[in-house]
Design a binder for this molecule. Structure first.
Ligand code: SAH
Length: 355
């Protein structure tokens, strides 16, 4: 028997081709596509006849991620979902409320292969990539559960999005589709630990999304010690890729910098960070706007890393500003619900609730 395809992973053209092959008219694909992305299952589509539904069910599977756990922050209303996937694996997504609307943070893989020393998501390694349908499914399931319109997406949950390149790119096109969720590329951010070859591939596609670089240290010795990827692509190679990305897309890049007590939070480290960024990205011909997000590290029991002190954090920000680098300290949404990536999945694993 031919393996069934996953309905949510199909783009509009693939759905059209499939429906035509089933003897259905082309416009049926548009009807199904838009309703799927509004959160309806095929069974709930009242304008699709039973015969069509049955024919479709013979060739495709439909699974929306299921809410396994849901935590709502009493402080700021941030909602954290633990979603179960069709094969029993689980990933996390977080709904965040800003003045300009609701943004969702989604996961890109089950687990992660990158091995960053401070991160909970990578502790059990990478289990598998998420499909395009599971990526868009997180957005659809959260919108359906919350009844909210989601206007922005950040790919900062579990996993390294550029390590799941093809599915992530398909996902970006799916959520941007005017007959689907219609989320503008400018309202989508993708965060990476620095896969240089993939940053170049992404630049070549010229999608005007925002790229976020998880830098966390500006000298190779410190960065290699906390982020193994730095041994493959060092700081200079990464910043050169950032320059190329900016040259091609014209999109500003933001840098994430997690402050860990005693590791990367000294005034000297701040000064060096400013120097390295200015040198690499602000040559005479290039005046790339640079923004650094400072994130006090979330303490994960297994890593033993401690948060930088409030004093060290404000000193770090001040030194960056003095040296011409705009910096903000990230507001910690959902601090009472373990909203940082990977922590809820690990907690549920510990309690034997999921695989
Ligand atoms: N793999 C991608 C996206 C996922 S992580 C990346 O590396 O960018 C999203 C952000 O959270 C990254 O900047 C990551 O370095 C950071 N992060 C991971 N664990 C953290 C922790 N314990 N405390 C603070 N930030 C953390």
């Amino acid at each position: 028997m031919k393996e069934k395809r996953e309905l949510l992973s199909l783009d509009k053209e693939e759905l059209e081709a499939l429906l035509l092959s089933l003897g259905e008219p082309r416009y049926r694909a548009g009807q199904i596509f838009s309703q799927l992305h509004r959160g309806l299952s095929p069974a709930e589509m009242t304008n699709i006849g039973n015969k069509t539904r049955e024919r479709l069910a013979e060739v495709v599977d439909f699974h929306l991620p299921q809410v396994c756990r849901k935590l709502v922050s009493a402080i700021d209303g941030t909602v954290k979902y633990l979603f179960t996937l069709a094969d029993g694996n689980a990933v996390e997504s977080v709904l965040m409320h800003y003045e300009h609307g609701t943004t969702i943070c989604i996961s890109s893989q089950v687990g992660c292969a990158m091995g960053c020393k401070f991160c909970a998501s990578t502790i059990g390694g990478r289990v598998r990539n998420l499909t395009a349908g599971e990526l868009v499914g997180q957005v659809i399931a959260a919108a359906r559960d919350s009844g909210e319109r989601i206007g922005g997406i950040v790919m900062m949950g579990i996993g390294e999005p550029l390590d799941n390149f093809d599915n992530v790119v398909k996902f970006l096109r799916l959520v941007n589709h005017p007959e689907g969720l219609n989320i503008g590329y400018r309202h989508i951010s993708l965060s990476t630990c620095g896969l240089v070859d993939k940053i170049d591939e992404l630049a070549a596609l010229s999608l005007p999304i925002t790229l976020s670089i998880s830098l966390h240290a500006a000298d190779d010795e410190t960065r290699s010690a906390i982020m193994p990827i730095n041994r493959r692509y060092n700081v200079a190679a990464l910043l050169a890729a950032c320059r190329r990305y900016y040259a091609v897309t014209g999109r500003r890049i933001s840098f994430e910098y997690t402050l860990i007590a005693g590791k990367n939070d000294s005034a000297a480290a701040a000064k060096n960070l400013a120097l390295v960024l200015n040198r690499a990205l602000r040559t005479r011909s290039d005046t790339m706007p640079i923004h650094v997000n400072l994130i006090p590290v979330n303490e994960v029991a297994e890593t033993g890393f401690r948060r930088a002190s409030a004093q060290a954090i404000s000193r770090f920000a001040a030194v960056l500003e003095e040296n011409g680098i705009r910096a903000t300290v990230r507001r910690r949404l959902g601090s009472d619900i373990n909203a940082s990536c990977g922590q809820l999945r690990r907690a549920a694993q510990g309690e034997g609730e999921m695989q």
